[in-house]
Design a protein around this ligand. Structure first.
Ligand code: SAJ
Length: 433
């Protein structure tokens, strides 16, 4: 059971961030009540099982559920600390307007059970000013409580923003060891939240104000997006010039102050492809570089579709295997995945010639409905398909030895098979990512 003097915690949103966070907090001895709108998710967790793929998460959740430290439900219950980890997508309008409806809905349900002394922490990646909006939403519901502001006196509750910055595939490790920026609506709020994170974070926790912490998180992901865009632009330049982009990057990275990232089929996931828009939306006149980087990364997907289509058309009788649908290596997350978009477009264009290899998917996603594309395993692909299009750098693809793909026509958008270029199969063989 929970340790003495430890807070009771409620984690709202039990997805890729919320569930591991809830489990890590519970492991530190705190009693955690997780809340999710999905009854199926709640039932899965209460059985000690998980609904997402993440290294070592299954054993951890099973253990903390068995010890009675983690329970889940669909309604928010009273707690001492509320951690909100719900999605923050953007609307599909031209301005990429942030959609804060999940955050504000969570604020509404927390408001119902809030009591003096409680702490609310928003972890969802959010546009600058969201934590204050959350505070205002709670204030509207609970006029009986004094909420924090820089001008008012001592508040009844603390409200802070503390972004998660964990990498899928390394979430448990990074949740514990990464440094954290903790932004309070007031310095007192930040100190209150800091006390909570100290129970389970080993990295350094740095306090700041809520708006700076919100911006810090957006800046981290926009920085990565801009740098990936540079690599993707280089890959398209290399294609135009007939150069091997992987070799050029490898050579350039030998410079002590150059560290170019890897080109790929575009940028996916729910973070890097989304968060830069929150900065652009907040300061449209000041963000030409961030906006252009988003455009470059999106255009890379169409570049890959064009090259792959040309290759498939050039070999009209060849069977084609698209390797991977996930948005990055070794995970089962297909959200905003360029690989999924490329493969589905090829399936619509070329029908039954297209085969999909994705060890992390039990079935093909909805985009493939109505197409004749079939899901096969890597061994069948190596036996039956003459064209291999590498879209994800899963370890299982990376480990295929040259001997097994010697006679294949390869389009490697991830640069996992640098030795392929030596195979005399087609002029498109060494095509850059
Ligand atoms: N990618 C490339 N080339 C690269 C690196 C990545 O094409 O050199 C692509 C990936 O294939 C993928 C996309 O970019 O499609 C994003 O992958 P990622 O590994 O860069 O990042 P995410 O989305 O898994 O996680 C990011 C991380 N942010 C940073 O590294 C700054 C993580 O720390 C954040 O916690 C996470 O976003 C988040 O939740 O915001």
């Amino acid at each position: 059971m929970r340790g003495d003097n430890l807070p009771r915690v409620s984690v709202i949103g039990l997805g890729y961030i919320g569930l591991p966070t809830a489990a890590v907090i519970a492991r530190a001895g705190m009693e955690v009540y997780g809340v999710d709108v999905s009854r199926a998710v709640v039932e899965t967790i209460n059985r000690g099982e998980i609904h997402i793929e993440e290294v070592d998460l299954d054993g951890l959740v099973q253990g903390v559920v068995q010890r009675g430290l983690l329970r889940a439900g669909t309604e928010v219950q009273p707690a001492d600390v509320f951690v909100i980890a719900v999605p923050t997508p953007f609307h599909k309008d031209a301005d990429h307007t942030p959609d804060l409806s999940y955050v504000l809905a969570a604020a509404g349900s927390v408001a119902k059970v809030l009591k003096p002394g409680d702490t609310i922490i928003l972890e969802s990646t959010s546009p600058v000013g969201t934590t204050e909006q959350l505070r205002d939403a709670i204030a509207a519901e609970r006029p009986d409580l004094a909420l924090p502001s820089l001008t008012a006196g001592t508040p009844d509750v603390a409200i802070a923003y503390c972004p998660e910055r964990v990498l899928p595939g390394r979430i448990l490790e990074e949740l514990t060891h990464n440094d954290r920026s903790i932004g309070g609506i007031t310095p007192r709020c930040a100190r209150k939240a800091l006390g909570f994170y100290k129970h389970f974070v080993r990295g350094t926790c740095v306090t700041t104000d809520a708006r700076s912490a919100e911006m810090t998180k957006l800046v981290e992901n926009a920085y990565r997006d801009v740098n990936i865009a540079f690599a993707n632009e280089l890959s398209m330049v290399a294609d135009a010039m007939g150069l091997d982009v992987w070799e050029v990057i490898q050579l350039a990275n030998r410079h002590p102050r150059v560290n170019i990232l890897s080109p790929g089929p575009g940028v996916g996931g729910h973070c890097i492809a989304v968060d830069p828009w929150f900065i652009v939306h907040g300061a449209p006149q000041q963000t030409p570089l961030i906006r252009t980087a988003r455009g470059v990364n999106d255009s890379k997907i169409h570049h890959v579709i064009g090259h792959a289509s040309a290759l498939v058309e050039k070999h009209p009788t060849a069977k084609v295997a698209c390797l991977g649908l996930a948005f990055k290596a070794n995970i089962d997350d297909f959200r905003e995945s360029p690989a999924r978009l490329v493969a589905a477009t090829l399936a619509r264009r070329f029908g039954e010639r297209i085969h999909i290899v994705e060890p992390y998917a039990s079935e093909l996603p909805r985009e493939f409905d109505g197409t004749d594309a079939a899901q096969i395993d890597i061994d069948t692909a190596l036996e039956e398909c003459a064209i291999l299009i590498v879209l994800v750098d899963h370890e299982i693809f990376r480990s295929v030895p040259l001997a097994e793909r010697m006679d294949k026509i390869v389009y490697d958008t991830r640069g996992i098979w640098s030795d392929s270029a030596a195979t005399p199969a087609t002029p498109l063989l060494s095509m850059a990512g």
